[in-house]
Design a protein. Structure first.
Length: 254
């Protein structure tokens, strides 16, 4: 196993970070300082030290987390609660795979496997992410066609990749106010509302909200329900997490 991979899987830090540690001479293998990240080591018999402390190999970890609204996707923050505040174990070296907005709920993955993160998040890998939404407004057949073929979002004229839209319910707010999981909106009883599922294969900032805004809808509730064929475990309460099984990891990549 490569030395940098060993350290990344041992909660020392992301692979890019541990390469820096190695080059600075902070890592020893069997008592000898090693400055080459690509050096092969035996993870079972070699003694690896970082800052003169023996490193225990943890292996790769993969977690499913049901993110609640109100926390930010970050390691730490001086003002807001972060997703890491919900974990009751040492998460050193573990990072979130992509991110969800502060007010967005649902499926968020964590790992210490950089290759896994790359395969999940990069657009050329075409891993679908599906979101359930409630929005103020309505969608015509033309609007739906635009979303599915790609819409321009932002001042930079960014055209989104083809998406899939499925409408769940539409009408006026007062018809669905008991179903929409947010605080009551004042003076919105006669406001048109729509809910549905939007599936995208990329992850631009605020993308779902920006796509729907581009066709005249304002998102008031958003929840990611799946990545690839991996569905959020609805028995997992908001703010809770669990390990992914091997079968679930395979579902992500179909």
């Amino acid at each position: 196993m490569r030395l940098d991979k060993f350290l990344a899987e041992s909660a020392i830090g992301r692979r890019k970070i541990v390469r820096t540690y190695i080059k600075k001479g902070l890592v020893k293998v069997n008592g000898n300082v090693i400055t080459e990240p690509a050096v092969d080591i035996n993870e079972h018999s070699d003694i690896i030290e970082y800052l003169n402390e023996k490193v225990i190999h943890k292996g790769k970890v993969y977690y499913m987390f049901n993110k609640p609204a109100g926390c930010i996707t970050a390691t730490k923050d001086n003002v807001h609660k972060t997703v890491f505040d919900y974990f009751d174990k040492n998460m050193s070296g573990v990072f979130h795979v992509g991110r969800l907005d502060k007010d967005t709920e649902g499926l968020l993955l964590f790992t210490n496997d950089g290759e896994f993160e790359h395969k999940v998040m990069y657009p050329e890998k075409h891993v679908d992410k599906t979101y359930f939404f409630w929005a103020l407004g309505c969608l015509s057949e033309e609007n739906k066609r635009q979303l599915e073929e790609g819409v321009y979002i932002g001042q930079g004229k960014i055209l989104t990749k083809p998406a899939k839209i499925d409408i769940y319910k539409s009408g006026v707010y007062k018809e669905f106010k008991d179903e929409i999981p947010i605080d009551d909106l004042e003076n919105k009883d006669c406001q048109p509302v729509i809910s549905g599922y939007l599936t995208i294969s990329e992850g631009q900032k605020h993308q779902v909200k920006r796509m729907l805004k581009a066709v005249g809808c304002y998102v008031i509730y958003l929840k990611r329900i799946s990545i690839g064929d991996l569905m959020l475990d609805e028995s997992l309460e908001k703010g809770n997490y669990r390990n992914l099984t091997e079968a679930e990891i395979k579902k992500i990549f179909k």
